[in-house]
Design a protein. Sequence first.
Length: 487
Amino acid sequence: MLEKPSIQKMELPDRAILTMGGLSVVLAGVLAWWLLNESQFDRVSADYRAVRWLILFAFSIVLALFLAFSALSIRANRRTKKLAQEFHKNETKLRAVMDTAVDGMIMINRRGIVQSFNHAAERIFHYSADEVLGHSVNMLMPEPYAGEHDGYMERYLRSGDPRIIGIGREVTAKRKDGSIFPMDLAVSEVRHGEEIGFLGIARDITVRKQMETALLAAREKLEIRVENRTRELMAANEELKNFAYIVSHDLRSPLVNLKGFAGELSQCLESIRPSLERVPQLLGEEEGGKFSAAFEQEIPEALAFINSSVARMDRLISAVLRLSRIGRREFDVQPVNMEDLVNKIFESLTHQIQQRSVQVAVGALPEMMGDPIALEQIFGNLLANSILYLEDGRPGKVEVGAESNGNEYVFHVRDNGRGIAREDMGRIFDIFRRAGRQDVPGEGMGLAYVKTLVHRHGGRIWCESELGSGTTFFVALPRLIKTEETE
């Protein structure tokens, strides 16, 4: 609410100006007539005629002056009215702006006396405008700021040191009930001629500060939980690595024994073969046939099955050990030219490419930071798979490309091979999992290796596939690698 202006309305109606001026001319004419009639001049004398013409001339001048004065007065009066209307209009607009503003707006003079106090300020401070207008703005401040404010105003008016003038900042303010609350305050200097005033724009930030406090507390709790969870996961991961390593070694011991005893059993059978060949003759035809079948077929098949199973188990244990070592090996992060790396991998696969008439296409690939060995293992596995799982009977195509996506590079390896069934898509990255026909040698560990290496680079891997049409593997790697070692 604005303080009521002390402006006196000086303008008069145009008709009143003309009426007053006309009366003045009439009075002047009556006075001149009376003077002529009361004078002692002979009315036919030359003096009388001179005086009469002199009075008429004077009256004409008075009349001309009156008309000029009236015109100027009317013009000035109309201008005064127009200025008064514009002032009133501007005052109304200013009052409307201040009273509808969301933020509190407080105007004070150079002595700190409140001259305007809008509706938003009333809501913020719980004072009505009438309670504040004409009083010191210090009533809205808690100590010690209230006691320091007058001194600050004096220093500013004397030295011009602005400090907070034109700068927004957080302050504490006081409501009518004495409660203290946080507030955003921006103060601007307002000059009108020789008068100096200050406009303060205030906003109650109690809710915001409460939310900030709550968010800070929640963030601290979350950080503690994340830290604890990360520590637990790191410990569990380390235990898992150790478990895989230890179990793999422990499993190898009985396998070695089993393979050794199976070998000794085969040697023993070979050593007594001449003696055993005479046994069927001693047992008769029926019993001898059973003995011969067991000796010649069943026992060798069982030993061969034991040997093949032991060999497969040994390969699986070796795969687990390799996966464990992948998680343990420290990365040597350095610039890697991905185009050169992929071309070298294709060179190593030249025989398979020529044998299956594969058409290879390598797009423009970036240079990026990474571990060269790990990147070669990632793309070597994907490219080898893309060639191994091509369909027989149609020319194969393998394409490698990349594109920049914000803070990462997204590589793709696309082929027109046999594809992956929808039901197998969710498990192709699991260990010992193989999809589709099992006509390609392997233990189902290749994509598990790839996934582990990609994750250690701080990246992501996924694939899109259509059975019978082909598969595209996508590998997203960050421009700036973040690994356990670099962190």
